[in-house]
Design a protein around this ligand. Structure first.
Ligand SMILES: *Cc1c(COP(=O)(O)O)cnc(C)c1O
Length: 342
C-alpha cells in the first residue's frame, strides 16, 4: 500500500515536534552555478545547496545534525557531550561549537589515524571554542564507538549526565535534519518552477538517510545519489535504510525505505577515506575556478566528482536540473594544503 506524500510544510511541522537547539543559519541558499555546469558539459543546470554556509563555526552538514542532537542532549538534561571521530573531524568541530554556544562541556576523543596532531584546520577550531581534546588510537567505527560508550559510563559513574555518540540514538536524529533540508530544497526549486532530476550528496550514513527519506516523503521524482566518502564494516544501503526508517519513526510518519531504495555509490572513495582522489581534485578545482566555491578533498569534492562522472556518462538529458548538496568540510584544507594544491 502506498503512503500519501507530505508537503514541505508538513514535513517541517513533523520535525518541529522534536527537541531542537537553533544553531544553524537556515535556510541556506540554493545557488545556480552556470559556469561550472557549462564546463562540465551535457547541457545540464546545476544548483549548489550551500550547506557549507550553515554557520556554527565555518559551516557544514553537522550544524543541521547538531540542532537535533544537542537539542536532544539539552532535553535530556545532559551536562557533558562525549564525542569522537578523526583528528580533522568536521563533526567534532561543529559539535564543539554547539556545546560552546549552549554552555555544555565538550569532550572530544580524536582518532589519530594518519593525521598530524598539529593544531590546524578543524583541530585548531576545537581548541579555540574550548573543547577538551584527547587523542586515541581506537579506529573510527565500532572500536571508537565502544571507547566513547566507556568514557560516557565513567562520566555517569562520577555523577555527570553525559550525552554521547551512541549511533542508534544520534544517527536517526541527524537524518531528520536532512529530511528537513530536502524540504527546503523542494521549496527553493518550486519557487523557481523547477524540479530536480538528481540530488547528489556526500554521505555513508545519516545525511544520506535523511536526504533519501526527505525525497521519498515529499514524493520527489529526483534520483538521490549518495556518494560515499568511506566504507563501513557493514552493508551501507541496509544501514542507511534502517536509519531512515528510524528517523521516520521519530517524525511519526509512515514512509519506510528498503535497502534497494538506497543508491549509495562506493566507487569514489579510492584511494581511501580521508585521502584525496584525482577525480575529487579535478572537481574541487573546477568548482573553485569557475564559481569560487571551495569543496574539501575528503567529502564534498568526491561527491562532486560523482556528479561530474554521471553528467559525462550522459545520464541526464540536456536541460535537466541537478542539485549538489554541499556538506562543507572546508576547514580541513588548511591542515593539509598538499591534498588540494595542483
Ligand atoms: C560528516 C560529513 C559528511 C557525511 O556525513 P554522513 O554522516 O556520512 O552522512 C559529508 N560531508 C562532510 C563535509 C562531512 O563533514
Amino acid at each position: 500500500m502506498s503512503v500519501a506524500t507530505l508537503t514541505p510544510a508538513a514535513l517541517r511541522a513533523a520535525a518541529d515536534t522534536l527537541p531542537r537547539a537553533r544553531l544553524a543559519h537556515l535556510p541556506t541558499p540554493l545557488e545556480e552555478v552556470p559556469r561550472f555546469a557549462a564546463a562540465v558539459g551535457g547541457g545540464v543546470r546545476v544548483f549548489v545547496k550551500r550547506d557549507d554556509c550553515t554557520g556554527l563555526l565555518l559551516g557544514g552538514n553537522k550544524a543541521r545534525h547538531n540542532e537535533f542532537l544537542l537539542g536532544d542532549a539539552v532535553d535530556q538534561g545532559c551536562d557533558v557531550v562525549v564525542w569522537g571521530a578523526g583528528v580533522q573531524s568536521n563533526n567534532c568541530r561543529q559539535t564543539a561549537a554547539g556545546c560552546a554556544k549552549l554552555g555544555l562541556e565538550c569532550r572530544l576523543y580524536l582518532s589519530r589515524g594518519h593525521y598530524s596532531t598539529e593544531p590546524q584546520g578543524n583541530l585548531l577550531l576545537d581548541y579555540l571554542v574550548g573543547a577538551k581534546v584527547e587523542f586515541t588510537d581506537a579506529a573510527i567505527g565500532p572500536e571508537l564507538d565502544a571507547f566513547l560508550a566507556s568514557r560516557a559510563a565513567e562520566f555517569r559513574a562520577a555523577g555527570r549526565k553525559p550525552y554521547f555518540w551512541h549511533r542508534p540514538r544520534v544517527v536517526p536524529l541527524a537524518a531528520v535534519s536532512y529530511a528537513v533540508c530536502v524540504a527546503e530544497i523542494a521549496e527553493q526549486l518550486s519557487s523557481r518552477g523547477l524540479g530536480a532530476a538528481g540530488i547528489y550528496v556526500s554521505s555513508s550514513g545519516a545525511t544520506g538517510a535523511g536526504v533519501a527519506l526527505g525525497a521519498a516523503v515529499l514524493g520527489l521524482s529526483s534520483a538521490v545519489r549518495l556518494i560515499c566518502p568511506m566504507h563501513w564494516p557493514w552493508h551501507i544501503p541496509t544501514a542507511i535504510a534502517a536509519d531512515a526508517n528510524a528517523a521516520a519513526e521519530r517524525l511519526g510518519i509512515e514512509h519506510r525505505l528498503r535497502p534497494e531504495d538506497i543508491d549509495a555509490d562506493e566507487n569514489f572513495i579510492a584511494p581511501g577515506y580521508g585521502l584525496p582522489s584525482p577525480a575529487g581534485r579535478e572537481a574541487l578545482h573546477l568548482l573553485a575556478t569557475t564559481e569560487a566555491i571551495l569543496t574539501d578533498p575528503v567529502y564534498s569534492a568526491k561527491a562532486l566528482a560523482g556528479l561530474i562522472a554521471d553528467v559525462r556518462a550522459r545520464k541526464y538529458r540536456p536541460g535537466s536540473v541537478l542539485v549538489f548538496v554541499h556538506t562543507g568540510g572546508v576547514p580541513a584544507v588548511f591542515a593539509d594544503p598538499a591534498a588540494v594544491l595542483n
